[in-house]
Design a protein around this ligand. Structure first.
Ligand SMILES: N[C@@H](CCC(=O)N[C@@H](CS)C(=O)NCC(=O)O)C(=O)O
Length: 232
């Protein structure tokens, strides 16, 4: 059994998609990050970094219980465990390259683009331009790559597509200002429509909707999400 530590945000969404694609049995463990539950001691034992997603696999290697944290590590772990969505052996170099491109480039720049445009207490033009432009540059790299490929690894849908879907589904927050921010990336837009229409993607979107997560971005939420703003 997989215990899936979840909040309805981009990185956990990738894992929701994998679990829905494979039908692997899982129990949802909501982590209300706006209430600071990511900082609780019990959760820190699952992810010492205090972020979602994380999983506990009660049936890990040699039948032992293991924890896995960080979305790319979880995708790789579960793909290797199930033998699904890894691509072929000859795809491995590309699979690793794009998985790391998303986790160390697209994801962090998109996250900071969202932060400085929507959440930062001051509108800082330098930071907005820096992070939004870098997010856009990553989108252009992806768009060019997808010009000649159906999915990120070619013909086969894989964990790279799942990882990318988690972030591209939030493009209106990353690149706000137009009705259709993907219009300037036609290949990425075509790819996104195909992945987003998958039945598992539709199910993944509804993961956690029966749980009431805190919505208000009030003082409690800001302290939980941006503790560095409150250090004296
Ligand atoms: N590198 C991590 C990033 C995880 C991450 O930043 N998660 C966000 C949600 S998408 C989170 O937990 N935010 C709450 C916080 O930062 O306190 C991954 O890929 O899983």
């Amino acid at each position: 059994m997989i215990h899936f530590y979840f909040h309805p945000t981009p990185n956990p969404a990738k894992i929701a998609l994998f679990l829905e694609e494979t039908g692997l049995a899982y129990e949802l463990r909501p982590v209300d990050t706006k209430k600071g539950h990511q900082h609780l001691e019990d959760f820190r034992r699952v992810n010492p970094n205090g972020k979602v997603p994380a999983i506990i696999d009660t049936d890990g290697p040699e039948g032992k219980e293991v924890r896995v944290f960080d979305s790319s590590a979880i995708l790789l772990y579960l793909a290797e465990k199930t033998g699904k969505f890894l691509g072929g052996a000859s795809d491995r170099p590309e699979m690793l390259s794009w998985l790391f491109f998303i986790s160390s480039g697209l994801g962090p720049f998109s996250g900071q683009s969202v932060h400085f445009q929507h959440a930062a207490p001051e509108k800082l033009p330098y930071a907005i331009n820096r992070f939004r432009s870098e997010a856009e540059r990553h989108y252009r790299v992806l768009d060019e790559h997808l010009q000649t490929r159906h999915y990120m690894l070619g013909d086969d849908y894989s964990i790279v597509d799942m990882s990318l879907w988690g972030w591209v589904a939030r493009v209106t927050f990353v690149l706000p200002g137009s009705d259709d921010p993907l219009a300037q990336f036609p290949n990425l837009k075509r790819w996104f429509s195909a992945v987003d229409a998958r039945p598992a993607a539709v199910r993944a979107r509804s993961v956690g909707t029966d749980h009431t997560f805190k919505q208000e971005m009030d003082e409690e939420a800001r302290r939980a999400l941006f503790p560095s703003n409150y250090r004296s």
